[in-house]
Design a protein around this ligand. Structure first.
Ligand SMILES: Cc1cc2nc3c(=O)[nH]c(=O)nc-3n(C[C@H](O)[C@H](O)[C@H](O)COP(=O)(O)O)c2cc1C
Length: 166
């Protein structure tokens, strides 16, 4: 999904993240606490998410607040990630990124040789957030008619519903 935050310069800031889990409460993602997005979220927790399913002609846009997840929940989510992604969380830091390509490949090979099934524990900088929405907009396209959006906005008693042009 696309995660949009407010940049520290006040402008928009967006990138792709893996949607780790969805529940009735919100949408979870995981990242590195040293990342730009983590610093931006510490300053302003307002976010927008965009999830697009082109094969189904569907899109979901979410606006909400990113709430830091408890450490044990982040740890559990780390365990659900593939070995490749668990290695990535350990290896892919700023220092690694600045190495020449050959050295980066060597460092990766060493990490994989040390724990072929991937590290079990997350690095100390591993962290997660749950985006708790206050607005959902579902978009549906169709070949034989107009696209259509349904917007849900959180109210004191539940959710208001509105229908919008695509
Ligand atoms: C398909 C895809 C999935 C990604 N998933 C994640 C993710 O789950 N967590 C993450 O921190 N970065 C993920 N990234 C990398 C981010 O897009 C981004 O480059 C990185 O997190 C640095 O972002 P920042 O500097 O804005 O914090 C993913 C990138 C792609 C293309």
């Amino acid at each position: 999904m696309t995660l949009a935050t407010l940049g520290l310069d006040g402008g928009p800031s967006a990138r792709t993240v893996l949607l780790s889990a969805v529940s009735e409460v919100g949408f979870r993602f995981h990242t590195d606490a040293r990342s730009t997005k983590a610093r931006e979220l510490a300053a302003d927790d307002r976010v927008s998410l965009v999830i697009v399913l082109p094969e189904r002609a569907q899109q979901l846009v979410v606006q909400g607040r990113a709430v830091p997840e408890a450490a044990d929940e982040s740890r559990e989510a780390f365990g659900r990630r593939s070995a490749y992604l668990r290695h990535l969380a350990w290896v892919n830091d700023a220092e690694h990124a600045r190495l020449p390509d050959e050295e980066r490949q060597q460092a990766w090979a060493v990490a994989v040789a040390e724990t072929p099934d991937g590290p079990l524990d997350p690095p100390g900088t591993w962290c997660g957030y749950e985006v708790v929405p206050h607005r959902y907009v579902f978009w549906e396209g169709r070949a034989d008619g107009a696209s259509h959006r349904t917007a849900f906005v959180r109210t004191a008693g539940g959710w208001s519903v509105d229908h919008l042009p695509g």
